[in-house]
Design a protein around this ligand. Structure first.
Ligand SMILES: [Zn+2]
Length: 287
């Protein structure tokens, strides 16, 4: 059964580790993440962007697929199905479809409007036992075609949103989506520490987890980050493994063209990436 992300993140915050949020794109992705979580006795969050939601034929299809997998794969670790960077309407649609967690990204609105919309969703989510993530200060890089600048959130605005009763808060601390450029300045730990000081027990979320050096990840967890979003890294490892399979000509040998064979190396590569992240985040055996 899908669960809200609240309990797993509160435990992570108290235990000084982070839960991985892995974006999914299809059946193979979801299966790879779920099996890796189960094998490593780790809580996990499956992330779905609105674009991935459309790609997978809508939120109801995803809820059906994931619930079916939990049963068929005998998954017993805590799993949250979470809307990533949702619009207000997208969040409502996911709540209706059976997601157990949603992010409302109102960071592009003026702070007053972000607060008003977040407040409405706090009430709706609380009633249904669904966890809610809010965002303050845009996160740089490209997320479904939206380009932002690597920004740092205002700690006072973070406190205003945190106090509305959300379950987790994403704050820009110089992190960006996608592959980090060579001239990236690194995470702003001063911003993170200031946000943490103002928001107390609130689990903080680090987006753009791909390519942040491991020492920075560990320091971010020490400073209160309890959820780390990983998307691009699984895509890169899936693509590299699939490329190697094709370049080795394996699709042309025997029944190597069978999609169950063709997609297997990429599937294993996602599993390896997810396991590596769970080790780094410290969530193994925390289910
Ligand atoms: Zn993000």
């Amino acid at each position: 059964m899908l669960v809200s992300a609240k309990e797993m993140l509160d435990k992570a915050k108290a235990g000084h580790y982070a839960v991985g949020h892995f974006n999914i794109n299809n059946l193979e992705w979801a299966k790879a993440v779920l099996l890796t979580a189960q094998e490593n006795n780790s809580p996990v969050i499956l992330g779905v962007s609105e674009g991935a939601g459309k790609y997978m034929c809508g939120y109801k299809t995803i809820v059906g697929m994931v619930n079916g997998m939990l049963e068929n794969l005998k998954i017993t670790v805590p799993v949250a199905l979470h809307l990533d960077h949702g619009s207000y309407e997208g969040a409502l649609a996911c709540i209706e479809a059976g997601f157990s967690s949603v992010m409302f990204d109102g960071s592009h609105y003026p702070i007053e409007e972000n607060i008003a919309k977040t407040k409405e969703l706090v009430a709706i989510c609380a009633e249904k036992g669904i966890s809610l993530e809010a965002e303050v200060g845009s996160i740089g890089g490209v997320e479904d075609g939206v380009v932002g600048k690597g920004e740092c959130a205002d700690p006072d605005e973070c406190k205003m949103i945190a106090d509305l009763g959300v379950d987790m808060l994403a704050a820009g601390i110089g992190n960006i989506h996608g592959v980090y450029p060579d001239n990236w300045a690194g995470l702003s730990f001063d911003t993170l520490a200031a946000v943490q000081a103002k928001t107390g027990k609130m689990p903080l979320v680090l987006h753009g987890g791909t390519g942040i050096p491991t020492d920075m990840i560990k320091k971010a967890i020490d400073l209160g980050v309890s959820k780390i979003n990983v998307n691009t890294e699984c895509q890169l490892s899936f693509a590299a493994a699939t490329r190697a399979y094709i370049e080795a000509g394996k699709d042309k040998s025997g029944k190597g063209f069978d999609p169950r064979k063709l997609l297997a190396p990429g599937f294993e590569a996602i599993k390896a990436t997810v396991k590596e992240k769970m080790e780094l985040f410290g969530s193994i055996n925390k289910a």
